[in-house]
Design a protein around this ligand. Structure first.
Ligand code: ATP
Ligand code: MG
Length: 263
């Protein structure tokens, strides 16, 4: 009898200890998970902020070039027109007035676009498509290259973070094309499907050995491609780069459209 009671007490104590150990273990695990989630959230916010800063930095560079090369040139032409106007020759005078009017309209439009892009949230305000279009227009003015931008399917807006990150990726891909590819043509395609959004940016330049990148070995490379990869991952997008020597490079980003923002 005493033995049975003793055995029961021992078993109960043992079960109690087991229960406590499990509870402590479970609580620790839960706390660890909450901590990890918070760290991921902070990292996500930091990367978003960094992305925004990089977009701004690149945009300021573009704007400074745009003011110098484009708006400055247009206004100089208008000044030249005015300086060479001769009131007693009505025909060339009319032509110069018309020409100046067109140039001034263009300068006003460009200034409007520029002032929009000085707004920190311009990607959010203009939307991804218009922002890409604007970026391509800027590039078109500085490089001698055939640029095409096509959109297929019924367009929709993506989430704020997705648009920001995608835009930054596009900026870096285009930057790489200008810096490294010697391309004579750039093709950007956006495909809007109900379940996926796909962006393809292709150039016909010199290409490079992208084999290492497929193995996630970025040794000897800059930060650009590595960052693009990591950022695509953050929004659950698939980033694929293929390159053929002397043929060109293609980057494809596929974004599934479920509620997919991490974490
Ligand atoms: N479109 C392209 N055409 C040809 N080569 C390319 C192209 N894109 C990338 N590369 C090659 O891949 C390398 C890695 O690109 P990545 O963007 O990672 O670095 P980077 O442009 O050299 O430097 P960073 O981006 O840090 O300023 C480049 O140095 C270049 O040799
Ligand atoms: Mg780069």
């Amino acid at each position: 009898m005493t033995v049975t009671i003793l055995a029961t007490v021992i078993v109960l104590i043992f079960l109690g200890i087991m229960y406590l150990v499990t509870l402590v273990f479970y609580n620790n695990k839960k706390n660890r998970m909450i901590k990890e989630k918070l760290t991921m959230q902070t990292q996500f916010q930091q990367t978003l902020l960094q992305t925004q800063l990089e977009i701004q930095e690149q945009t300021f560079k573009n704007i400074s070039q745009e003011i110098h090369d484009n708006i400055g040139q247009v206004l100089s032409l208008v000044k030249l027109n005015i300086n060479t106007m001769e009131l007693d020759k009505p025909e060339p005078l009319q032509e110069k007035i018309d020409n100046s009017r067109t140039l001034i309209t263009k300068a006003i439009q460009d200034l409007r676009d520029l002032s929009k892009s000085l707004n920190t949230d311009y990607v959010i305000e203009l939307g991804l498509m218009r922002s890409i279009e604007y970026e391509l227009e800027m590039i078109q003015r500085t490089v001698n290259c055939e640029i095409a931008f096509t959109a297929n399917g019924k367009a929709y807006r993506l989430e704020r973070q997705q648009e920001l990150i995608l835009f930054r990726i596009v900026q870096e891909v285009l930057h790489n094309i200008i810096k490294h590819s010697k391309a004579t043509a750039i093709n950007v395609t956006a495909v809007f499907e109900p379940e996926t959004f796909t962006l393809t940016i292709a150039d016909n330049g010199i290409g490079f050995d992208a084999g290492k990148i497929e193995d996630h070995n970025y040794e000897g490379f800059g930060l650009g491609i590595r960052n693009m990869h990591n950022r695509a991952k953050m929004i659950n997008a698939d980033y694929k780069l293929t390159s053929t020597l002397q043929k060109g490079t293609t980057v494809t980003i596929t974004l599934p459209l479920i509620k997919n923002i991490q974490p």
